[in-house]
Design a protein around this ligand. Structure first.
Ligand code: HEM
Length: 204
């Protein structure tokens, strides 16, 4: 179990924007989820190249956030818990031309349950988009041995925040940044600006 951090960091706005775009474009995605004894294997594809680029960006960014404990969606009990246990997840991410394959394993049975729940949550996001975005997710029953730190004891933001020029994994074969790939969609289309400054922002 690792400490997790709430608050603002340099990458958050970008990561929110990408996530909002994914909610907007959820209908172009297809997913298969295999539950393994010790984890999951998921394949998420899209017929839309912009959505594929967004998926690559999102999954690689979330993987990095999990490693650093930089929580998104802290109001949903499930996500802080997933981030707390990120150090017990061994993961392989394979960006593909039409989507992304993720394989995640853990030696901790409770974390395996978290991985199952997370895969189900993503499937629901992909299926219902914004309709699913504001619904919280419950935690699996917790064995007493893996009781986690209460929220109030989680750490404040670290001083070593990510810098704005933090190097990001490549988006696609042309090495374009997300704003180069979808500048129009980023600016004002769709529902992704809904409530972003209020408590209803699903990424905070
Ligand atoms: C507020 C909304 C969301 C949050 C906080 C969120 C967060 C996360 C996190 C923490 C991960 C784990 C990264 C890792 O595997 O290391 C992840 C993975 C993933 N997310 Fe999201 N996500 C959100 C919305 C979405 C949406 C809308 C889509 C697609 C329509 C999506 C697609 C994926 C995919 C494909 C993965 C790879 C893991 C899997 O396939 O189960 N996410 N996300």
């Amino acid at each position: 179990m690792q400490p997790i951090y709430y608050g603002w960091d340099a990458a958050k706005e970008h990561d929110q924007e990408v996530g909002h775009q994914l909610f907007d474009r959820h209908a172009t995605t297809k997913r298969t989820v295999e539950k393994l004894a010790d984890g999951i294997r998921t394949l998420t594809t899209s017929t839309d190249p912009v959505t594929v680029a967004l998926l690559h960006d999102h999954v690689l960014a979330m993987e990095e956030r999990m490693r650093k404990g930089l929580v998104m969606r802290r109001w949903d009990p499930f996500f802080p818990e997933l981030f707390r246990y990120a150090d017990e997840i061994h993961q392989r991410v394979e960006p593909r031309p039409d989507g992304i394959l993720v394989e995640a394993h853990s030696g901790n049975p409770y974390v395996v349950q978290l991985l199952y729940r997370h895969a189900e949550a993503v499937t629901d996001f992909a299926k219902r988009g914004w309709e699913a975005a504001r619904e919280p997710h419950q935690l699996p029953p917790k064995p007493t041995s893996s009781l986690s730190t209460p929220l109030s004891q989680d750490a404040p933001m670290p001083t070593n925040r990510r810098s704005a020029d933090d190097s990001r994994p490549l988006l696609n074969d042309q090495s374009q940044s997300p704003s180069a790939v979808y500048p129009q969609q980023c600016r004002g289309q769709g529902g992704h600006r809904r409530g972003r400054h209020g408590p209803s922002n699903v990424w905070r």
